[in-house]
Each structure stands twice: as structure tokens, then as C-alpha cells.
Design a protein around this ligand. Structure first.
Ligand code: SIN
Length: 287
């Protein structure tokens, strides 16, 4: 695994689409190197065009991963203890089911997770999330990504009109509903209200911005009607034609755009170790 030497040579990048839905593999880049401007431009373009990019065979230190993450914007460094940020390097967070001395070393440890977009319960959710796989189970624990541009564009006109200008409440209950949908906003649960359809600040395209895990209700709508529409939208977004699934190998780096995708995780054995190192890129208030 890995590359012989870190260099700053002219790029010989290949961008290979991974599915008709979204996703591309970027080949020919060693992320331990200081990347030149043209390489960064090509990687950014691949991310913008394909929504999710994968780079395989990487062996990144924490600093390498932080440096690569920073080419997409400032990173989130809010050292929250419950989110398992690393005190020495607060941009780093571990996603893992590994326990040391009976204590989890990372967040989001076990099993299946419903589709969601990161931090939609916050006023300014992160624009991107990058995971670097260090240990993966022999089966399962895949991350599935759905294309929310396509989901919006393929809605019937009548539904587009119904959703125009609507806003929805998102909440994330770390203690009671961190992986599966919660339907009520309990006291103290962090929450935010965002447009149901958001405009991507870079591409200008519209994307559906609701997700099964965290979107609780559409504002100014009868509760039953809101729930019926949300369930319809979740099923529409998650249909197989809009989804691609990442089967992890150690050394994979995946960067996804939270502004136009949602992601989910498939189940995996609690007896096997899974360790991902994560950084998130600061985002903007959805509009
Ligand atoms: C996440 O939702 O941020 C974690 C995804 C995963 O563990 O595959």
C-alpha cells in the first residue's frame, strides 16, 4: 500500500466515475505530498462534479489528513469531549467501535445508521466530511451515499412547488437517536431550521436537504402531512438508482459533500474492529 515517494511533480491524475449515481475515484495522487495548485484544482473539480471522491492506498498521518482537509477550507476544531475529538489535534475525530479499558475510543460506534447529512442539526453544518479508513470489518460497515441534486431534479413539478420556500426542523439526539430516526425534539437536543431545498454555494444547483435520521418536521404544515411528505422524500432520495455504496479497504480516503448528498452505514459485526479517522470542513448557513 502507498506510494514510493512524496513529490510535487506535474499531476498525472485520473478521475474514474464509480457509479451512475455519484462518486469518482481519484488516482495518481499521494496525499502525503504537498500538492501543487493544479493537482488541488483537479481534485476540487472532481469533488464538485462527482459529490464524493475516493483515493485508495493512502497511509496518512493525522497531520497529512489535516493538511489535505484544509485544501477544501478551514476545518472544524471544536474540541467536544463527547464527540471524541483528539485533544492534541482537535480537527481529528475518530469513528470507531474499539474500546480501550472499557471506554470507546471513538464516536458512532455500532452498526447501521440511517441516511443523514452531517451536522444538519447545527446552524452552519459542515460542507464536507473526510474519512480515512484505518481498520475495517471483513463484511458490512459500508457507507452508502445518495445524490440529493438528482433527488430534487426528479421530483414531480407539483411536489417542487409544494416544497418551494418551506423550511424543516432538524434535531440530533446524541443519547437516544444517534443512528436511527427520532421523531420528537426532546428538551436540550441541539436543533436548527433549514430550507427543505438548498442551493449549493459553489455549483448553484438545488438539492433536497432533508434526511431520515435528523429531519423531524416541515414547519408551518399539519404534522401528519409533514410526516407523510418527509417519508415520501426519504424513500425518494434513498432509491437504489440515486445511491452508491463504498466498501471500505484500509487506506481509503473518502471526501463527501454534505450540501448535496446524504449517507448511511450498513450493519457490521460488533465482534470486528472498525476505525475511521475523520475531519470535517466548515460550511455555510444553508440557503
Ligand atoms: C458518519 O455518518 O459520519 C459515519 C459514517 C461511517 O461510519 O461510515
Amino acid at each position: 500500500m502507498g506510494f514510493a515517494a512524496a513529490s510535487n511533480a506535474a499531476p498525472s491524475i485520473e478521475v474514474v466515475p464509480l457509479s451512475p449515481a455519484l462518486g469518482a475515484e481519484v488516482r495518481g495522487v499521494d496525499l502525503r505530498a504537498t500538492l501543487d495548485e493544479e493537482t488541488i484544482r483537479l481534485i476540487r473539480k472532481a469533488w464538485s462534479d462527482h459529490l464524493v471522491i475516493r483515493l485508495r492506498g493512502q497511509e496518512l498521518s493525522e497531520d497529512d489528513q489535516v493538511r489535505f482537509g484544509e485544501t477544501f477550507g478551514p476545518l472544524n476544531r471544536s474540541a467536544k469531549k463527547r464527540a471524541h475529538h483528539n485533544a492534541a489535534n482537535p480537527a481529528i475525530m475518530l469513528i470507531s467501535n474499539i474500546r480501550e479499558n472499557g471506554q470507546l475510543i471513538g464516536a458512532l460506534p455500532d452498526g447501521e445508521m440511517h441516511f443523514h447529512t452531517d451536522q444538519s442539526h447545527q446552524e452552519t453544518p459542515c460542507s464536507g466530511t473526510m474519512l480515512h479508513a484505518l481498520e475495517v470489518p471483513s463484511a458490512g460497515g459500508d457507507t452508502l451515499f445518495a445524490n440529493c441534486y438528482t433527488a430534487y431534479e426528479t421530483l414531480p413539478d407539483e411536489m417542487k412547488q409544494r416544497l418551494a420556500g418551506k423550511r424543516a426542523l432538524h434535531g440530533y439526539d446524541y443519547d437516544n437517536a444517534s443512528t436511527r430516526r427520532g421523531t420528537v425534539l426532546k428538551e436540550g437536543v441541539p436543533h436548527a431550521v433549514h430550507p427543505v431545498v438548498r442551493t449549493h454555494p459553489v455549483t448553484g444547483r438545488k438539492a433536497l436537504y432533508v434526511n431520515r435520521l435528523m429531519t423531524l418536521r416541515i414547519e408551518d404544515m399539519d404534522p401528519q402531512e409533514s410526516e407523510d411528505i418527509l417519508q415520501l422524500l426519504f424513500d425518494h432520495i434513498e432509491q437504489p438508482a440515486f445511491v452508491w455504496g463504498q466498501q471500505w479497504k484500509p487506506g481509503d480516503v473518502i471526501l463527501w459533500d454534505n450540501r448535496c448528498t446524504v449517507h448511511a452505514r450498513t450493519d457490521f459485526s460488533a465482534a470486528e474492529r472498525r476505525l475511521m479517522r475523520r475531519v470535517t470542513i466548515l460550511g455555510e448557513k444553508p440557503f
